[in-house]
Design a protein around this ligand. Sequence first.
Ligand SMILES: CC(C)(COP(=O)(O)OP(=O)(O)OC[C@H]1O[C@@H](n2cnc3c(N)ncnc32)[C@H](O)[C@@H]1OP(=O)(O)O)[C@@H](O)C(=O)NCCC(=O)NCCS
Length: 171
Amino acid sequence: MKGLRPKEANAPSASPHVVCPFYVRPMTGGDLEAVAGIEAENPSPWSPGQLAGEHAQESGWQFVAESSASGQVCGFVCGRSLVGEAELLKIAVGRECRRQGIAAELVAHALHYLAAQGVGHCFLELRATNLPALALYERFGFRRAGLRKGYYASPPEDAILMEKIVFSAQL
Ligand SMILES: CC(C)(COP(=O)(O)OP(=O)(O)OC[C@H]1O[C@@H](n2cnc3c(N)ncnc32)[C@H](O)[C@@H]1OP(=O)(O)O)[C@@H](O)C(=O)NCCC(=O)NCCS
């Protein structure tokens, strides 16, 4: 698990948007506005109300990646667990923060959390053309488990279902 990095890594970078280093922590109610802003950048975004409802779910789990330099929330992941199975519902990283390993860290953190909870399987679905997300999940050993034709709207698209057996030894 990536933690805080040495202090020199916090030196100002060429881009004001580069947020590394970062760390992953549980989402709080105070993060919801920032999370809604990240979510709004993507197709079929959840509304702030939906995000707040998800955050209140008893079976839900949510983590954010926060810049340790600025405190900015730069990504989040959320899902639900029930009787040994979990579904990863959403993951997103702010556009200006992508390709820095933030989503990978969020997935790794979620999988460690699920393994510690004794979850055996994790499922998810994604738009069939979402190649960055597909590559991310395949990197973590998620396997294609099915296709839901025309599952998504706005724009209409098939959903790929993916599954991973969650064992701490595989993380
Ligand atoms: C998908 C998403 C979460 C990836 O976030 P990210 O922080 O940029 O991803 P990371 O830097 O951690 O990359 C981890 C892996 O994901 C894959 N990946 C991420 N972005 C990619 C891209 N643009 N093209 C190809 N592969 C990509 C790669 O396998 C990468 O590993 P690598 O760096 O060793 O090649 C981000 O693009 C996003 O928020 N997209 C919009 C929301 C979304 O589509 N969510 C998924 C819905 S199911």
